[in-house]
Write a protein that binds this ligand. Structure first.
Ligand SMILES: [Zn+2]
Length: 415
C-alpha cells in the first residue's frame, strides 16, 4: 500500500471493523424490507439508528407521503411507506457532503428469498446484501473513520436513509432535493458494477400505466354491441413497442398487462404498465408527444376510452466537469489502495439521477461489490466491505484536505 501516512491510522482502523460490518450486513439482510413492507423498513430504520448513535449529529425520523400505484382494476391505490431517517452534523463546516442509501429491497414480504447463505468463503448470497445493505455498512464505517480522525472538523454531513428507492423514490425525492440545496457533493452507496467499476452517466426513466375502458356485451348474442378493451389495448401496446429504435437512446419496455375475464363476454376493461428509458432530457417531450398521439388514436374509437397515468421520475444523469473531477479523485484514491477503477455509462437509474438533476456532483456506486441484484442469486463479495469503506474514508480525508475546492462552489460557507 502506498497511501499517504497521515491517512494510515484511520484506514487501518477499518481493517479491524470487517467483522462488525459483516455481522451487521447479515443482520439487516435478515429483516424483510420490501419497499411496500413499511413495518420491515421501519425495523431496518430502527436498527440503523442504533448503529449510527456512535456518529453523533441530529437525528430526525421523517414520515413520507404514501406511494400510489394503478391497480389491475385500474384504480389508484395508496401504500404506506416506512419512515425516512435523516442525520445531520456540523452544518456550519466549509464542505457539506450528502450521504444516501436506501433501506428497501425489491423482495416483498411474501417473496421466498428471505435468508442469507454462504456460496464460498468470500461470497454471501442474501436479499439486499449488495443492493444495498452492505453499502450502508460501508457508508457508516467510512463516516465513523472520518469522525475518529482530525479531518472531521472540515466536513459537515447529512445522511438520508430512504425507504422507497426500489420503487422510484417518488416520496423521498423532496428530501433529496432539499439536501441538494445545502450540500456540495453527494455519495451514494448503490453496489458498484460486478467488475468493481463505478457507474458514470445514467439514463433517465419514467413509469407509466394505461387503463382502457370499453363496453361489455354477450360474446354470442350481442357481440356487435361490445367494444373490446383488450383489442384496443393490444393496438396501443403494439404501436408503443414500435417506437423502439425510432429515437437514439430511447427504449420502451411493455412490462405488465391485465384485462378481460370470461371468454363469452366482450371485455370492457384492460390495463397495462410500461417503462421508458432515455439518455437526453429532450427525449422526454418527444416521448410524451408520441404517447399523446397513440392515446388520441385509441380514444377516437367509438365506445373506447384510454387513460394514461405516470411520469418521468428520473432525469438522465450527465457528468459535469465537477462530477468528472470527483470521479478522478476517487480513481486516485482507488489507485493508492491498489484498486484500478473506471466509470462507465449505464441504463440503470438511482438517486444519483435525482442529485445530478439538482446540479450536485455525485458518485452513486460507492457500495459493495457483488452481482445478480434484484434476483434470488444476489451476492456480495465480503472482502469488498473493508475495501470500499477504505475507498470512501480516503475520499473523505482528501476532500477535507481541499482536494476538490477548485471545482466546488462551497455551499457550507454561504450558510
Ligand atoms: Zn436496486
Amino acid at each position: 500500500m502506498t497511501f499517504e501516512p497521515r491517512y494510515a491510522p484511520w484506514l487501518e482502523w477499518l481493517d479491524s471493523q470487517h467483522d462488525c460490518m459483516l455481522a451487521r450486513t447479515i443482520e439487516l439482510a435478515g429483516i424483510n424490507s420490501g419497499s411496500l413492507n413499511a413495518a420491515g423498513v421501519n425495523r431496518v430504520r430502527e436498527t440503523l439508528q442504533q448503529y449510527c448513535s456512535v456518529l453523533g449529529g441530529d437525528t430526525e425520523v421523517l414520515p413520507l407521503p404514501p406511494y400510489t400505484e394503478v391497480t389491475e382494476q385500474g384504480e389508484k391505490q395508496q401504500f404506506t411507506l416506512g419512515d425516512a431517517l435523516r442525520i445531520r452534523k456540523r452544518p456550519e463546516a466549509p464542505l457539506q457532503i450528502f450521504f444516501c442509501g436506501h433501506m428497501d429491497t425489491v423482495f416483498a414480504a411474501d417473496h421466498p428469498f428471505q435468508s442469507v447463505r454462504w456460496l464460498d468463503d468470500n461470497t454471501l448470497n442474501g436479499p439486499g446484501v449488495a443492493d444495498l445493505k452492505g453499502g450502508l455498512m460501508v457508508m457508516l464505517k467510512a463516516i465513523e473513520a472520518l469522525e475518529r480522525s482530525p479531518f472531521s472538523d472540515r466536513i459537515g454531513w447529512e445522511i438520508l436513509f430512504n425507504p422507497d428507492e426500489e420503487i422510484g423514490s417518488l416520496s423521498s425525492a423532496p428530501l433529496i432535493s432539499e439536501a441538494a440545496g445545502r450540500c456540495d457533493l453527494g455519495l451514494i452507496y448503490e453496489p458498484c458494477m460486478p467488475d468493481g467499476n463505478l457507474a458514470g452517466e445514467r439514463k433517465g426513466s419514467g413509469n407509466f400505466s394505461v387503463v382502457v375502458q370499453g363496453r361489455a356485451a354477450h360474446a354470442g348474442r350481442e357481440h356487435h354491441l361490445g367494444r373490446n378493451a383488450v383489442r384496443a389495448l393490444c393496438d396501443f401496446v403494439s404501436a408503443l413497442d414500435d417506437l423502439n429504435g425510432q429515437r437514439d437512446g430511447v427504449t420502451i419496455n411493455p412490462g405488465f398487462i391485465h384485462g378481460g375475464g370470461a371468454v363469452n363476454v366482450v371485455p370492457d376493461h384492460a390495463m397495462f404498465r410500461f417503462n421508458i428509458r432515455l439518455s437526453d432530457p429532450a427525449d422526454e417531450s418527444w416521448c410524451l408527444a408520441q404517447l399523446q398521439r397513440l392515446g388520441d388514436d385509441i380514444n377516437s374509437r367509438d365506445g373506447i376510452s384510454l387513460q394514461l397515468h405516470g411520469a418521468f421520475g428520473r432525469k438522465p444523469k450527465r457528468l459535469t466537469d465537477a462530477n468528472l473531477a470527483l470521479f478522478e479523485l476517487v480513481r486516485d484514491c482507488g489507485e493508492q489502495l491498489g484498486m484500478a477503477l473506471e466509470w462507465k455509462p449505464t441504463g440503470g437509474c438511482c438517486d444519483g439521477n435525482n442529485l445530478a438533476a439538482a446540479g450536485v456532483p455525485n458518485i452513486d456506486t460507492l457500495g459493495v461489490q457483488g452481482g445478480k441484484i434484484h434476483s434470488s442469486d444476489e451476492f456480495m463479495y465480503v472482502s469488498s466491505l473493508t475495501e470500499r469503506a477504505k475507498l470512501s474514508a480516503m475520499l473523505l480525508m482528501k476532500l477535507a484536505d481541499g482536494a476538490l475546492s477548485a471545482h466546488l462552489n462551497s455551499k457550507g460557507s454561504a450558510r
